[in-house]
Design a protein around this ligand. Structure first.
Ligand SMILES: [Zn+2]
Length: 171
């Protein structure tokens, strides 16, 4: 059922009358108009941090200002050859978010103890501390460089979330 039906319960004849008059345009729901929002957020899928992710984006004043893609590894999903279908999904959605909502930047929200990083890096996986942050930062810089190549008009930020929900800015 379309938005107009749900909100106003007009029948087909009444709808026709509504849109026949130019004045009807003013009654279009706000959501039907093109929206401009700040960002596309790329997060991991990890169940432990879904709620903290929302809280984090609220805390940086992005409530209802971001589209979201969740793929294992977050920034890693954009660049790792281990996850080719994720790579494609990320870059497709950057284009979609630009077309639909005219985003201004992409935000990577990685997290510590990430299973996707463990898979991709194998024995070189950095499990904690500064080494782990550095590993995420390296991947984010790769993803940022690829973004700059594909979409030089978009900004980029990257954060690393700890399992307690606190986040640090890496790029
Ligand atoms: Zn993860």
């Amino acid at each position: 059922m379309c938005e107009v039906h749900r909100h106003f319960s007009f029948n087909r004849r009444q709808l026709g009358a509504l849109f026949a008059g130019a004045g009807g345009l003013a009654l279009l729901p706000l959501r039907a108009r093109a929206a401009d929002i700040e960002a596309l957020a790329l997060t991991c899928i990890d169940y432990r941090l879904v709620d903290d992710g929302v809280k984090f984006f609220n805390s940086i004043h992005l409530t209802k200002e971001y589209d979201q893609v969740a793929l294992a590894g977050a920034s890693l999903a954009a660049v790792s050859p281990k996850f080719p279908s994720s790579n494609a999904a990320v870059w497709d959605h950057v284009v979609i978010a630009k077309q639909l909502h005219h985003i201004k930047k992409v935000i990577f929200l990685d997290h510590r103890d990430c299973g996707a990083y463990r898979v991709a890096f194998g024995k070189d996986f950095a499990a904690a501390g500064e080494a782990e942050a550095a590993q995420h930062k390296g991947v984010m810089q790769q993803a940022k460089a690829m973004l700059a190549q594909k979409h030089p008009d978009l900004g980029c930020e990257g954060y690393l979330m700890a399992l307690n929900g606190t986040a640090e800015k890496l790029i």
